[in-house]
Design a protein around this ligand. Structure first.
Ligand SMILES: Nc1nc2c(c(=O)[nH]1)N[C@H]1C(S)=C(S)[C@@H](COP(=O)(O)OP(=O)(O)OC[C@H]3O[C@@H](n4cnc5c(N)ncnc54)[C@H](O)[C@@H]3O)O[C@H]1N2
Ligand code: MOO
Length: 400
């Protein structure tokens, strides 16, 4: 049997980071910045006032000083007056500093009323401030040419606002990986539809599509197909634009394993030393146009799908999309004991609480226990050579 690490290496070898394209700064959240972004304008772009008040010369300031008001400077003003000795200009927050002035006295420290008021002829300074106070200098945050956003940054609203402030309208973002999800099984019925004998609701396609979207991929196609090879072949042909094809089911050793029947050869079928998730298919699909596209064939059992997606699909998508595949873990005590298989790494969906971790189902890591998955906020990992976990023992737990 293949180790989890060996299978992960094989999976990660299937793809490279996708190309980047220029995208408007206010779009593409979750995608990865492909190149360093430097400031093309200074931040702030000009000396401006940090307060509503009066721009003055510090040399004129003393309690009770009365200054001549020579102009009004709202934010957005395209010209500014000259402020000479003994003079002041009314100025608003964000407005450009007038030449001659070096300091701003907030309106509250003068004899003038706050709020909408006519421009006064003179202003009396009641409280003195130090030279340069309340002036935001050009480039004091960032100078032109400074690299502020490093390549590899995951795009976010904060990054977008920063890029806009640095003078950019577009930035190079790695293309979002497009995923095609194909759930196989003749027993599958769409969610909410009545079940005939032997039928079950298709939950895997919903699970995989949602997980991939949450990790930052674009789900380009979600289909449920029967175990008829012709149906599966036709569905695969519709997935031709995907960067990753994810299937569920049909990879084991039964008589009607549709995924195996259609793609074995290009795709390899392996037994991986993990539970759940033992049968795994992976490889490059060969499209008629000559392109080779990664495919992961996950086992059909719902918990196997969940675990396999977290352990293999998530890092491969991270590699395609250019973002980090870090998966934080911590050591936490088990609140109850459980057992696991010998020679296979066990992944147990758990609930994390103050006391420690508790399997979300009394049957532990059983691969068909789909209903309680929703309660899991962690995946406990029990090493291959450990077959029992006792209450109070610590286990490694990944956050979900
Ligand atoms: N003789 C052996 N039989 C099996 C072995 C083995 O080693 N020898 N391995 C078992 C393990 S472990 C797993 S996991 C499964 C994987 O089988 P498949 O990937 O071929 O999956 P299916 O047989 O198609 O389905 C398994 C199970 O999951 C249900 N299922 C499938 N698709 C969905 C879906 N979209 N939504 C909800 N549930 C789904 C399906 O009805 C089956 O109950 O093989 C074991 N057998
Ligand atoms: O390995 Mo299967 O994935 O136990 O259920």
């Amino acid at each position: 049997m293949r180790s989890v690490e060996d299978h992960l290496s094989a999976v990660l070898a299937l793809g490279e980071r996708l190309d980047a394209e220029q995208a408007p700064v206010g779009s593409g959240y979750g995608r990865t910045l492909a190149a360093d972004v430097a400031a093309v304008v200074a931040v702030p772009p000009f000396d401006n006032s940090a307060m509503d008040g009066f721009a003055v010369r510090a040399a004129d300031l003393e309690p009770g000083a009365r200054l001549m008001v020579v102009g009004d400077i709202p934010a957005g003003a395209t010209s500014v007056p000259w402020v000479g000795p003994g003079e002041a200009a009314r100025i608003m927050t964000g407005a450009p500093m007038p030449t001659g002035a070096d300091t701003v006295v907030p309106v509250e420290l003068t004899d003038q009323p706050s709020g909408a008021a006519d421009l006064p002829a003179t202003v009396e300074v009641r409280e003195v401030v130090t030279e340069g106070r309340h002036v935001r200098g050009r480039g004091e945050d960032v100078a032109v040419g400074d690299v502020v956003l490093p390549a590899g940054l995951r795009w976010s609203p904060a990054a977008a606002s920063s890029a806009a402030s640095l003078g950019h309208g577009t930035v190079p973002l790695v293309r979002r990986p497009r995923v095609a999800v194909l759930a196989t099984g003749s027993e599958l019925v769409a969610a909410g539809q009545p079940l005939g004998f032997g039928q079950i609701p298709d939950s895997n396609s919903i699970l995989l599509a949602g997980l991939c979207e949450g990790w930052g991929a674009e789900v380009a196609m979600v289909e449920s197909v029967s175990d008829d090879p012709a149906h599966f072949r036709a569905a695969l042909a519709r997935a031709i634009d995907a960067d990753l094809v994810l299937t569920s089911g049909g990879v084991s050793v039964g008589a009607f394993e549709v995924v195996r029947q259609v793609v074995e050869g290009d795709i390899s079928f392996d037994k991986v030393a993990m539970q759940p998730g033992k049968p795994q298919a992976s490889g490059l699909l060969a499209w008629p146009d000559g392109r080779r596209v990664p495919m992961l064939g996950l086992p059909g059992n719902p918990v196997s799908v969940f675990v396999s997606a977290w352990v293999y699909a998530r890092p491969l998508l991270a590699k395609l999309g250019g973002w980090s595949d870090a998966w934080p873990s911590s050591l936490l005590p088990a609140t109850v004991g459980w057992s696991g298989p010998e020679g296979r790494r066990q992944f147990v969906p758990v609930k994390i609480s103050e006391e420690g971790v508790t399997p979300v189902h009394r049957l532990g890591s059983g691969s068909h226990l789909v209903a309680s998955l929703a309660l899991a906020d962690g995946l406990a990992v029990v090493p291959e050579d450990v077959t029992t976990v006792a209450a109070g023992e610590t286990v490694t737990v990944h956050a979900l």
